[in-house]
Design a binder for this molecule. Structure first.
Ligand code: FES
Length: 158
């Protein structure tokens, strides 16, 4: 049975015409699969490799170069919360915010809550320093957040 959904295969194949060569579709393909499944399994890497006429090792090399992608041993939670750790955010409460979230959720940055609802990550400057401390929930930016805000927003999306 295929690991990639028919939709994921279709969307990856639609990218082929937009890039100069198949290898250039590796990153978009990894994003498509992770978006759908919360990780990129070994089997999914193999199937991406087949679509792109590459080896699994080439897909694995690209995937492991970026800390963004998760394997099947360490999948993402339902939502991915990125807390900005750059200086302006840290000086405006980000440090305490992060400590509070780690405490409430019983995890450290890079980890996922036991119920699989939230993965906590550290981000570099999100480009919204005037709204420090900032967070991204998946792709959505929130400014001047408290731990209660983060908890409420992440629960609403999980
Ligand atoms: S330092 Fe956090 S958004 Fe710039």
């Amino acid at each position: 049975m295929s690991e990639l959904s028919e939709n994921a295969k279709k969307v990856i194949e639609e990218h082929l015409d937009r890039y100069p060569n198949k290898q250039a579709v590796t990153l978009p393909a990894l994003h498509i699969v992770q978006e759908e499944r919360g990780c990129v399994s070994n089997k999914a890497m193999q199937e991406i490799a087949e679509i792109l006429n590459l080896s699994s090792a080439q897909i694995h090399d690209t995937m492991s170069f970026y800390g963004f992608f998760r394997t099947e041993k360490d999948p993402l939670g339902k939502v991915r919360v990125w807390i900005c750790r750059s200086l302006p955010c840290m000086l405006r409460g980000g440090e305490e915010l992060l400590a509070e979230l780690c405490d409430r959720w019983g995890i450290q940055p890079g980890e996922t809550t036991a119920d699989g609802s939230v993965t906590l990550e550290l981000a570099e400057c999100l480009g919204a320093c005037d709204g420090a401390p900032c967070m991204l929930l998946n792709d959505e930016l929130s400014l001047c957040v408290t731990a209660d805000d983060v908890q409420r927003i992440s629960r609403g999306n999980a």
